[in-house]
Design a protein around this ligand. Structure first.
Ligand SMILES: C[S@@+](CC[C@H](N)C(=O)[O-])C[C@H]1O[C@@H](n2cnc3c(N)ncnc32)[C@H](O)[C@@H]1O
Length: 253
């Protein structure tokens, strides 16, 4: 397996950052760490459900973009007994970790493997969708031009009145806020007892980008995302929740 950025392995999604979604070992470790945070993500997933424009007993189809091991899809399926989720992701090891869920949910969970950089990442036979969600995925593309195209593509595949909700990482809007956010994050880590050595080791092993004081790490600010959603034809675009560089934002078709 090659490890340079942009390299492609066994037909997997090419790497564009420090994540190696094509690696079984990397994905195993990542999922284990992420699952520990799932309880704290539940409030954001619940907010996403509360913003859906249909009741809990509706028969609906929902797209989960970059679904990974399926935390957002399963949260939704547990609360919408007549919903079907299409869990899209480019990583074979990730989708393997979602596969056991098909036994639980049957045809209500459909796994779809495709690269978000591919022109046919969302084939015509999937959808149209009553809602589309995405959690911690699109920032990984590191390419705001592509993210804007994906917003347009999702918009076209939503039913009238449908919604797209994106829980993702965003850049601080100003240099002053960048420094404040970095300070808050460092203070939290300190309080939580995360040893500096542990973080340094992650950076050394290429698992985390070192913080750069000169550049923000993600593709766009919240304002840029909201503008892109409006330009893609979404209405009632807003940020529904935000804390530092994390936000839930989206709009209605
Ligand atoms: C941080 S994980 C988030 C997974 C899940 N949505 C969650 O909230 O835990 C990012 C996901 O995006 C997927 N991903 C990253 N780049 C991709 C691409 N170009 N095409 C398809 N999926 C991609 C990865 O495989 C990974 O499963």
């Amino acid at each position: 397996m090659r490890t340079r950025q942009g390299s492609r392995t066994r037909g997997d999604t090419p790497r564009r950052d420090h994540h190696d979604w094509a690696s079984e070992t990397y994905v195993d470790e990542w999922v284990r760490r992420q699952q520990a945070e799932d309880p704290s993500r539940a409030a954001r997933f619940q907010l996403i459900c509360d913003l859906f424009p249909f009741p809990n007993d509706a028969t609906v189809t929902i797209l989960d973009v970059g679904a990974g091991y399926g935390p957002a899809s399963t949260f939704i399926l547990d609360r919408y007994p007549h919903a079907t989720c299409v869990a899209q992701d480019g990583s074979a090891p990730m989708l393997d970790r979602a596969r056991h869920l098909v036994t639980k949910y049957g045809a209500r969970l459909q796994l779809h493997r495709s690269d978000l950089f591919g022109a046919k990442w969302l084939p015509a036979h999937l959808g149209p969708f009553d809602a589309a969600v995405s959690s911690s995925c699109l920032h990984n593309l590191r390419d705001f031009t592509r993210i804007r195209q994906i917003y347009r593509e999702i918009r076209k595949r939503l039913k009238p009145g449908g919604v797209f909700l994106n829980a993702d990482l965003i850049n601080a809007p100003t240099v002053g806020l960048r420094q404040r956010y970095d300070g808050v994050t460092a203070a939290r880590r300190h309080r939580e007892g995360a040893a500096a050595e542990e973080l340094a080791a992650l950076v050394r092993h290429g698992r985390r980008s070192p913080a750069s004081p000169a550049r923000e790490p993600f593709p766009a600010t919240l304002d840029q995302h909201l503008a892109a959603l409006k330009a893609s034809g979404f209405k009632d675009v807003d940020c529904f929740w935000k804390e530092l560089r994390r936000a839930v934002f989206g709009g209605y078709a």
